[in-house]
Design a protein around this ligand. Structure first.
Ligand SMILES: NC(=O)c1ccc[n+]([C@@H]2O[C@H](COP(=O)([O-])OP(=O)(O)OC[C@H]3O[C@@H](n4cnc5c(N)ncnc54)[C@H](O)[C@@H]3O)[C@@H](O)[C@H]2O)c1
Length: 436
């Protein structure tokens, strides 16, 4: 395919060489005459393992060239990849000026170009940038998004130092677009690459680099704080983290990666507090670890605010324990929510199958009687007592019984879902997820 790439920095130079090596004809566009000259002399614009050989080889095979003339480049290609810089601006947001300059360039040229054109944003941008880019192109060119051109978000995941290796071994190829045909056509330029091709919504694709890189920064900072605490205790931090990484069930896995309600239970809050106190006693600063329970408290307050904002007094809770399948009420965040709302005068009933059984059999009776006798009085024996009487139903546990009952229930109460209960319930007209 004939492809133009805007920006000949790390991302652009690597894409230029690697796409050409996979058989495409690629022209690089940059405002820097020096970078354009480098490419046109068969030299890379960056220092990066293997890229010098690839650029030389592809230049000699006449599959790559570069220009400052964006008009000529856009006219002679069917896909334009945008890989210009998006540095941090003065207020902390990404500076998208270079991106929108390219939008103006494309608009100018597409005004005169009749062939359909695909524009792929490879740079890291804020969610909403593709749509804004499309609006600029439409305004400048008078052409229609989806009919004359299509935007595609296609974030780059390579790392400097291993950029060529990363380009040829992406964990996934991510493509977001409003237009399926454009997404599929763009995906075809990466046909030779391994890894799953993920087609998704534009804004999902756009936010992924923020999410990935923030998580990578969090991993490094977490490991460093654990290292600092271990070091103060004369424990080998690398042995600790090597063993940590061997647990592929809970540690290095997708477990616990579902947005939703706060954590609770007898272990996470207790052991986190223990480690925070240990770090404090050792005079080790560990702000990442110290802020974990603050984030958790914010999630509890978020639920209280969401319920209060409904302006309804009668609340029914499905689930009181900290997760489905247990009667353990120790540090259950739902208990905090209910106690706060009781203090504000709300009329509350609770149905929890597991806690109900333990009340009847006496297994958890001691805890209930000692710690939450006031909540025990609010518990009902039949889920329908909640469904029929209350104006807001809060789903706190992902129990099949709750999903099945809610799915077939016809009522007017608002459902507030803290656990992403199944699809049938999420389709209900008055439904609110905690963060979806
Ligand atoms: N460097 C990385 O490892 C990496 C990895 C993944 C994603 N990204 C993202 O990719 C984007 C590019 O990063 P980079 O490191 O390659 O940037 P870079 O600064 O190395 O290169 C950007 C290039 O764009 C050129 N440019 C600016 N305005 C232009 C215009 N109007 N027309 C043509 N060219 C123009 C500049 O002259 C420069 O050569 C950024 O959004 C970055 O966050 C970077």
């Amino acid at each position: 395919m004939n492809i133009s790439i805007f920006g000949l920095g790390y991302v652009g130079c690597v894409s230029l060489g690697c796409l050409a090596k996979n058989g495409h004809n690629v022209v690089g566009v940059d405002v820097s005459q020096t970078k354009v000259n480098q490419i046109n002399n068969g030299l890379p614009t960056i220092i990066e393992k293997d890229i010098d050989v690839i650029i030389k080889e592809q230049f000699e095979a006449q599959r790559i060239r570069a220009t400052t003339d964006f008009k000529e480049a856009i006219f002679n290609t069917e896909i334009s990849i945008v890989a210009v810089g998006t540095p941090t601006g003065p207020n902390g947001h990404l500076n998208l000026d270079y991106i929108f300059n390219v939008a103006n360039n494309l608009g100018e040229v597409l005004k005169e170009k009749n062939d359909f054109h695909i524009i792929a944003i490879r740079s890291t941008v804020m969610p909403g940038t593709s749509d804004k880019f499309a609006a600029i192109v439409e305004e400048v060119s008078g052409k229609k998004h989806g009919k004359d051109f299509a935007m595609v978000s296609n974030p780059e995941f390579l790392r400097e130092g291993t950029a060529v290796k990363d380009y040829y071994n992406p964990p996934i190829t991510l493509i977001g677009s409003h237009f399926r045909d454009a997404a599929t056509k763009l995906a075809s330029i990466y046909d030779q690459l391994p890894g799953e091709v993920v087609l998704t919504d534009v804004k999902v694709a756009e936010i992924m680099k923020y999410v990935n890189n923030t998580y990578h920064a969090l991993k490094i900072s977490f490991a460093n704080e654990i290292g600092n605490i271990c070091n103060a205790l004369q424990i080998d931090s690398h042995s600790v983290m090597d063993i940590f990484c061997k647990d592929k069930e809970l540690n290095i896995s997708n477990y616990y990666f579902k947005p939703g309600f706060a954590y609770g239970g007898s272990c996470l809050p207790k052991d986190l507090k223990g480690l925070q106190t240990l770090a404090h006693d050792l005079y080790i600063k560990a702000p990442v670890i110290e802020s974990i329970d603050k984030t958790n408290n914010i999630q509890i307050q978020r639920v209280i605010d969401l319920i209060v904002s409904q302006k309804k007094q009668k609340l029914g809770f499905l689930g009181l324990s900290f997760k489905a399948g247990t009667d353990d009420l120790r540090n259950s965040p739902a208990v905090v929510v209910i106690e706060t709302l009781l203090g504000k005068g709300y009329d509350i009933s609770i149905y929890d199958k597991n806690v109900q059984v333990s009340r009847l059999t006496g297994t958890n009776k001691e805890y209930i009687d000692a710690h939450i006798p006031h909540l025990s009085k609010l518990m009902v024996n039949d889920i329908h007592e909640i469904m029929d009487k209350y104006e807001v139903i809060v789903v706190n546990n992902n129990e099949k019984e709750y999903a099945d009952t809610l799915a077939t229930w016809i009522g007017t109460a608002t459902i507030i879902d803290l656990v992403r209960i199944d699809e049938r319930v999420r389709q209900k007209p008055v439904y609110k997820g905690i963060n979806w």
